[in-house]
Design a binder for this molecule. Structure first.
Ligand code: WT7
Length: 631
């Protein structure tokens, strides 16, 4: 850390972006304050203006917001097609030959695709899906790594109004099956395999296991790669099935509230929830936040390191950047293979200007040491984003100094699968406070409240809420309306985010982590109940309790306390069996880092496991009120 950074950190001073960023930015500090005040005074007027300026509408809306608590609709009566906004309109505007994506992988293979070519591919695929019998509203599960083929598949669904449900290609067969069943997908689009750290990871075989016996799955479209697999029965080849399809298709206008996608995310129960987003509000919000957060300019090369299996990929690799006509780099590979310089080499090679990653990655690179990025020319960089978990000031400053070379701005962005896009962030030309997520985005009214929903004074820890619906708010949980309603009923009619936060005198919000039984492991959300139910489905386990422990790189690690069934003897082999079992149930994401065999778990008299007690004991902190403890 430079002496300067250290002094700044100690003084808790604010940072300013470099003068050239401030001078050219779309929104200045004063501009933010003025526009924010306007957007809160009359959000409907604000969003109506932005919607007509930023998007193409086939038909203008009748009402900006219809709020029948807890349900809401945005731009009712309006019609648009998100793929028109992402593709056709840029081509109409002369950007046919502008690159949409540069794809690369760990073997250094490269593919470039322009907006003109992308539209043709999407049209062909969409025509193929139509001929297959896919109609508006059908659900399609996508199980693919980050490739151009995956993005084409996603956009083809959106073009014809099929609802995509992308499942991260690291999830296990049972996790995939659950998501296929919950969404009743009739088509699955998958890749044969991906390569990670030089090894082939089969995906098609995971799909085979997941769909076994699911009669309503009509077709499986397989993206074959260099190694070909024999396809049987319902399976068709990704390229063969569209060989005779036209590369033209008119973007059919969709109702603004036409469901766009479902994305499953963890909650406090064992079952993930299918967060549903719709077309108009989501398109608008992701478009506008992408443009302003990254202060996009026509010559930018933008790189978001997320995977399309998560919401960050949906909003800030696919829809937001495309809607803005941006050029994105995508990389199918690990951050430190073949060595920890791979990302910095890519930034140098492609002259990346805007870069968006997660604190867990920053902390991983901190561990590898600053000599790795120091080998590369990173002078093209201008804006560095952070997402997924709180970025601690040390990581913020390391990022600022070693990647940004004290010449970039680091912006934090707080949001969730449910919010669709950035809710709290530090716009690049506005003041920055390391360790604080920033201030609410336009039209977003946040507060920090106590358990009764009452606003708390500055610098007091409380629950983060959002007071009114915003355009990209989740519309429901698929086939589970009561779970959706909980978001708006738990906390006095506000949207309850589930995070702990404080707010300072300037209105800067600091996120302190989840207030519920949800863990954040390397920026990925996982419910303690999900891991526990995976554990107890193992035949040697009677009961299980899971807690999160602070972890230097991952943010949190998973520790499980397990009671074995009578007669089962603990052993090293058993430990491995249990770990493998959880991996099979959930995938690597849910695998406990530590498992401790115990005889008893702390419970309330009504039988609820007190994870808080386990956590306090594990971390050696204050146990707190244990009056309800049974024993
Ligand atoms: C949870 C949402 C948003 C895309 C990735 C995760 C945590 C997210 C931040 C941040 C502090 C953050 C919160 C939130 N989180 N971004 N900038 N600072 N915490 O999406 O899986 O839906 O998880 O991630 O706890 O509730 P998700």
């Amino acid at each position: 850390m430079s002496d300067e950074s250290e002094v700044l950190l100690q003084a808790k001073q604010e940072f300013q972006a470099p003068a050239n960023i401030i001078a050219n930015a779309a929104i200045s500090e004063a501009g933010y304050e003025k526009l924010y005040a306007e957007s809160i005074a009359d959000p409907e007027k604000f969003w109506a203006k932005i919607a007509s300026e930023e998007l193409h509408w086939h038909k203008k809306w009748d009402t900006v917001l219809e709020w029948n608590y807890p349900d809401y609709k945005w731009f009712s009566g309006g019609e648009l097609n998100i793929t028109y906004n992402c593709l056709d309109r840029h081509i109409a505007g002369g950007k046919e030959n502008t690159l949409a994506y540069i794809y690369t992988n760990e073997e250094g293979k490269e593919e470039r695709i322009t907006y003109g070519e992308l539209l043709k591919k999407v049209n062909k695929f969409a025509n193929g899906l139509k001929e297959m019998g896919v109609v508006k509203g059908d659900r399609i599960t996508v199980y693919m790594p980050l490739t151009i083929e995956q993005i084409v598949a996603i956009l083809a669904c959106a073009r014809i109004g099929a609802i995509h449900s992308v499942v991260y290609a690291g999830f296990s067969a049972s996790a995939l099956r659950l998501r296929i069943e919950e969404s009743q997908s009739k088509v699955i689009i998958c890749s044969a395999y991906t390569k990670r750290r030089g090894k082939i990871i089969l995906l098609k075989s995971v799909v085979d296991e997941a769909v076994d016996g699911l009669v309503y799955v009509e077709k499986i479209i397989v993206h074959q790669r260099e190694e070909k697999f024999e396809l049987v029965e319902k399976e068709v080849d990704y390229y063969d099935f569209i060989i005779d399809q036209s590369d033209e298709m008119t973007a059919e206008p969709m109702d603004a509230e036409q469901p766009l996608f479902i994305l499953y995310t963890s909650g406090t129960t064992g079952k993930p929830k299918g967060v549903l987003h719709t077309t108009g509000g989501y398109n608008l919000f992701t478009h506008y936040t992408t443009r302003l957060a990254f202060d996009l300019k026509p010559d930018d090369i933008y790189w978001c390191t997320a995977d399309t299996g998560w919401v960050t990929g949906h909003s800030y690799i696919v829809y937001g950047p495309l809607s803005n006509g941006a050029t994105s780099l995508i990389f199918e590979g690990a951050p430190d293979f073949p060595d920890p310089g791979v990302w910095w080499g890519l930034i140098e090679k492609y002259k990346v200007t805007k870069f968006y990653t997660a604190p867990t990655a920053v902390r991983l690179f901190m561990k590898y040491g600053e000599a790795w990025p120091a080998k590369y020319d990173l002078s093209s960089l201008k804006i560095l984003g952070s997402v997924g978990e709180p970025i601690n000031p040390e990581a913020w400053l390391w990022y600022y100094k070693n990647i940004g070379r004290n010449n970039c701005v680091v912006i934090d962005t707080w949001w969730q699968t449910e919010t669709g896009g950035h809710m709290i962030l530090s716009l690049p030309a506005c003041k920055q406070k390391p360790g604080r997520a920033g201030r609410p985005f336009f039209g977003v009214e946040t507060d920090v409240v106590n358990k009764n929903g009452e606003s708390l004074p500055a610098n007091t820890v409380g629950l983060l809420v959002i007071k009114k619906p915003w355009p990209s708010a989740l519309r429901t949980c698929y086939n589970d309306a009561p779970r959706f309603q909980q978001y708006w009923t738990e906390m006095k009619g506000f949207y309850f985010a589930g995070d702990l936060a404080t707010k300072d005198e300037d209105g800067f919000i600091m996120i302190l982590g989840r207030s519920d039984d949800v863990l954040n492991v390397s920026g990925h959300r996982i419910g303690t109940a999900e891991v526990e139910s995976a554990l107890v489905s193992c035949e040697s386990i009677a009961e299980a309790a899971v807690i999160g422990k602070p972890h230097e790189i991952k943010g949190q690690s998973i520790k499980a306390f397990v009671i074995l069934r009578q007669g089962v003897v603990p052993s090293e082999t058993l430990l491995q069996t249990v770990k493998n079992h959880v991996r099979n149930e959930l995938g690597a994401i849910g695998m406990p880092d530590e498992i401790e065999f115990v005889d008893k778990l702390p419970k309330t008299r009504s039988g609820k496991i007190m994870r808080r007690v386990l956590k306090a004991k594990e971390l050696g902190t204050e146990i707190g009120d244990v009056s309800t403890l049974e024993d």
